[in-house]
Design a protein around this ligand. Structure first.
Ligand SMILES: Cc1cc2nc3c(=O)[nH]c(=O)nc-3n(C[C@H](O)[C@H](O)[C@H](O)COP(=O)(O)O)c2cc1C
Length: 189
């Protein structure tokens, strides 16, 4: 059984809009767990507990709303905490899908930047494994249009999950050297 960890960087945690998409993907995955990164930021879970969950996972789905053109503060906090796991077997070669929600503008930038960061941490970005679901698209899809296929829809979560699962496996990747000393140390005086 493949274990997928869903990491929700939404500022609203399980009460938000993003949770609706999490519910949809959860239905399609036999073995998965959701971690609301708000709980990490509020220190309801420790870095040790986070590390164990990341380690056990064979693949990830990262989710967040869009807040002033960026991902949520819980996601940023996660990236800062998880920097110590960069290029380790916690991340190396594990596939990561990304689902972003937004009202109308900024989410695609969030998706692309987050995929870039996750890949640099060591994760694999499968083809067509990232989407942005917007209020604008949600409303547009309520009208009949020959353009409808050009909008990301809730059904596209099927493709996201399929491509994530298709990318699981023991691929042998190499890591370049990474400085594992204190990443916060002073480099200029
Ligand atoms: C503080 C704040 C800033 C937001 N900024 C944007 C934005 O820049 N672009 C956008 O399209 N939507 C923006 N939104 C709307 C959210 O991205 C959207 O409602 C999203 O689904 C929220 O996810 P959540 O309910 O899981 O937190 C913003 C919402 C909040 C609360």
């Amino acid at each position: 059984m493949k274990k997928i960890l869903i990491l929700n960087g939404s500022i609203s945690g399980y009460q938000g809009n993003t949770q609706h998409l999490i519910d949809l993907v959860q239905e399609k995955i036999e073995s998965c767990e959701v971690l609301h990164l708000k709980d990490l930021m509020e220190k309801k879970i420790t870095t040790g507990e986070l590390k164990n969950k990341l380690k056990k996972a064979e693949g990830f789905i990262f989710t967040s709303g869009t807040y002033w053109d960026s991902w949520g503060s819980p996601m940023q906090n996660f990236l800062e905490v998880a920097t110590e796991f960069e290029a380790s077997d916690i991340f190396m070669g594990k596939p990561a899908a990304v689902i972003i929600t937004m009202h109308s503008v900024g989410g695609k930038g969030v998706l692309s930047r987050l995929q870039g960061v996750l890949n640099t941490l060591g994760m694999l970005i499968p083809p067509m494994s990232g989407m942005v679901y917007s209020l604008a698209g949600h409303l547009a899809l309520q009208a009949e249009s020959s353009f409808a296929e050009d909008f990301w829809s809730l059904e596209d979560t099927n493709v996201i999950v399929h491509n994530l699962m298709a990318s699981l496996g023991n691929k042998k990747y190499q890591s370049w050297p990474v400085d594992h000393k204190d990443p916060k140390r002073i480099w200029i005086k």
